[in-house]
Design a protein around this ligand. Structure first.
Ligand code: MEV
Length: 351
């Protein structure tokens, strides 16, 4: 499932020296891309995000019975390198403590969790939240707990707040969503966006476009980007207020465009949101070049996506031919890999 070289971090498999009972649990999550509203969402603006179903995080928990102190180990496989910033292990360890409380686990927690993460790290694609979500679901399965959606969200947020510093919660939600969602102040709502040509969905027109995601090949730390803006906004509350209110207007209008199938208007708002993010300092020269290249290749709109300071950009493309031209353009401008993602609902994970 992961196409990247497997790196195992701090792997330690428990000996089955207890009462012999071994219980396995599994959990899955996927990547996400923010369409509009990143950073402003931390200050109360709405944000739009789409799930990226082809980038998966799959966790397996192996729980060993018997008495004795807690013994918990995590391994993350499929990461490009253990040195990449914001390795979510600290967050995951924190998450286990919270899991014990929220799931009312009274028995010893003797468990190995292996997360196979095909989502590249530091690219704004939600790898830390997806790893945490997959781990929570695998732990719940291994300990035979049924957690409601709110509890899963809270647990993922516990880990995200360690990984990102101050997480809005959009990644925690979008990595489990099955449709585009709008998120504000901790509350998310999936939007009934039909993919054009989808017979299962009621809106026959749909949103007639796909999303090209392009990796700049440079890792960016969301924590650093959030910190950078926090400092800048503390020095200039007026800059913060203007940024947040402009992004709010753009995102609200873009949500209507998405629901009405207005691809050109939606694209223009993406590019405008890119300018605002560039002006507050979270874009990079390479990403600016990739955005320009996408628009020059015929994309209705493009922008940086996620925390920034590197990472990915996104570009709308009307059809397969246009997406091929956009992919060629962004690759010539420096993208090291690309994904083409549907904009509508997809089937979710069962576990
Ligand atoms: C990260 O994917 C999105 C940010 O807005 C941070 C957050 O919302 O937690 C940069």
């Amino acid at each position: 499932m992961s196409t990247e070289p497997v790196t195992v971090v701090a792997r330690r498999v428990l000996d089955d020296r207890g009462d012999g009972a071994v219980r396995l649990g599994a959990g899955r999550a996927h990547g996400k891309a923010i369409l509009l509203g990143e950073h402003a969402v931390v200050y109360g603006a709405p944000a739009l995000a789409v799930p990226v179903p082809q980038l998966t995080a799959v966790a397996k928990a192996r729980r060993v019975g018997g008495d004795g102190p807690d013994e918990i180990s995590f391994a993350i496989a499929g990461l490009e390198s253990p040195e990449v910033t914001s390795l979510p292990t600290d967050g995951l360890q924190h998450l286990v403590t919270e899991f014990r409380q929220r799931a009312a686990v009274t028995e010893p927690m003797r468990v190995d969790v292996l997360v196979d993460c095909a989502i590249p790290q530091g690219r704004g694609l939600g790898s830390s939240a997806a790893c945490a979500r997959a781990a929570v679901l695998a732990l719940a399965d291994a300990f035979d707990r049924r957690l409601d959606a709110g509890t899963v969200f809270d647990l993922v947020q516990t880990s995200e707040n360690v990984a990102h510093g101050r997480a809005s919660g959009i990644d925690a939600l979008a990595t489990g969503a099955t449709a585009p969602l709008i998120f504000r102040n901790g509350v998310g709502r999936e939007l009934p966006v039909a993919m054009a040509g989808s017979a299962r969905l009621s809106d026959p027109a749909g949103f007639d476009a796909v999303l090209v995601i392009a990796d700049s090949g440079v890792s960016g730390s969301t924590r650093d980007a959030v910190e950078l803006l926090r400092g800048a906004f503390e020095r200039s509350p007026r800059t913060r207020d203007e940024f947040v209110s402009r992004v709010t207007r753009l995102t609200e209008a873009a949500a209507h465009d998405l629901l009405q199938g207005r691809v050109a208007d939606f694209g223009a708002r993406l590019t405008e949101n890119h300018r605002l993010l560039r002006d507050v300092g979270v874009s990079t020269d390479r990403i600016d070049r990739m955005v320009d290249a996408a628009v020059a290749a015929g994309s209705p709109g493009a922008k940086i996506s996620g925390g920034g300071l590197g990472g990915c950009m996104i570009a709308l493309a009307g059809d397969r031919r246009e997406s091929a031209a956009v992919v060629r353009g962004v690759r010539q401008a420096g993208a090291v890999r690309t994904w083409v993602v549907p904009m509508g609902r997809f089937a979710g994970h069962d576990d």
